[in-house]
Design a protein around this ligand. Structure first.
Ligand SMILES: NC(=O)c1ccc[n+]([C@@H]2O[C@H](COP(=O)([O-])OP(=O)(O)OC[C@H]3O[C@@H](n4cnc5c(N)ncnc54)[C@H](OP(=O)(O)O)[C@@H]3O)[C@@H](O)[C@H]2O)c1
Length: 246
């Protein structure tokens, strides 16, 4: 089957220290891409880079905070220095806090917008000059970027923003780049278990009611999007667990 081969290409994945980003970095490396791994947790990134290189791949760990302009500038500079180009950008970094709006922690509300939306815009804007013609930008949105639910006001606002940004970018870059929004339903990652291992109210409870996706399911969707022949732009992929209603 005709496809775009990733062998020899360069991919940058944010949110690569865990969950969907980690699985996506591994999947892209398995396809032959050199992967640049970005997130705040340097130790996790180093361990992942070792794992990828141990399996015969090529990886570069660059600790990055997507909410910090200087940090993002340093990330893109590191990509330029190491590879001089970029073929695939996967914006996976994200945070969630589920609560009724009145009870919501203002810092958590701000963080969802700062990381999920503004961080994604910041990284994309900085990466654009490096992105090679025919390359791809994959933005990890969510079902919550298409349908809002009670308790998800901040999260949905950020993810609806990601979808709007992605569509505007698609129209702006035209044939040069392919822009994809990936919208997973519930995925079994640290995001839904919370930092302290406690289930995050909402998505955590829902884990009990269905068999969730695993990060590799989402990684496979990303690989599908970026390996299509150049004439094919996969603009949107919505994937839910079979048992998830909304
Ligand atoms: N799990 C789900 O059910 C689900 C469903 C739909 C969409 N999503 C989306 O999928 C994406 C990945 O989430 P996940 O489920 O894989 O959760 P995860 O395992 O918690 O991964 C989140 C990633 O984002 C990184 N991150 C958070 N804040 C950051 C910052 N300021 N700068 C750089 N990196 C940052 C984290 O790394 P550090 O903490 O090391 O920085 C981590 O690598 C998110 O955009 C999320 O909204 C998840």
């Amino acid at each position: 089957m005709e496809r775009t081969e990733l062998d020899g290409s360069v991919a940058l994945v944010t949110g690569a220290s865990s969950g969907i980003g980690e699985a996506t970095a591994v999947a892209l490396a398995d396809e032959g891409a050199s992967v640049v791994l970005a997130a705040r947790s340097g130790g996790e990134l180093d361990a992942l880079a070792d794992r990828i290189e141990g399996a015969g791949g090529d990886a570069l760990a660059v600790p990055t905070d997507v909410t910090d302009g200087d940090s993002v500038a340093g990330l893109i500079e590191a990509v330029r220095e190491a590879y001089g180009r970029l073929d695939v950008l996967v914006n996976g970094a994200g945070v969630i806090d589920v609560a009724p709006l009145e009870a919501a922690d203002p810092d958590a509300l701000r963080a969802m917008v700062e990381v999920n939306l503004l961080g994604l815009i910041r990284v994309t804007r900085r990466a654009l000059p490096l992105l090679a013609a025919g390359g791809g930008v994959v933005n990890v949105s969510s079902v919550s970027g298409r349908e809002a639910a009670a308790g998800y006001a901040g999260y949905s606002a950020s993810k609806f923003g990601v979808n709007g940004f992605s569509e505007a970018l698609r129209r702006e870059v035209g044939e040069d780049l392919r822009v994809t929004v990936v919208e997973p339903g519930l995925v079994d990652t640290g995001l839904v278990h919370g930092a302290d291992g406690e289930d995050v109210a909402g998505p955590g409870e829902r884990l009990e009611s269905m068999t969730p996706l695993v990060p590799e399911d989402v990684a496979a969707a990303v690989v599908y999007a970026v390996t299509q022949p150049r004439r094919v732009a996969v603009n949107e992929i919505l994937l839910r667990p079979s048992g998830q209603e909304r």
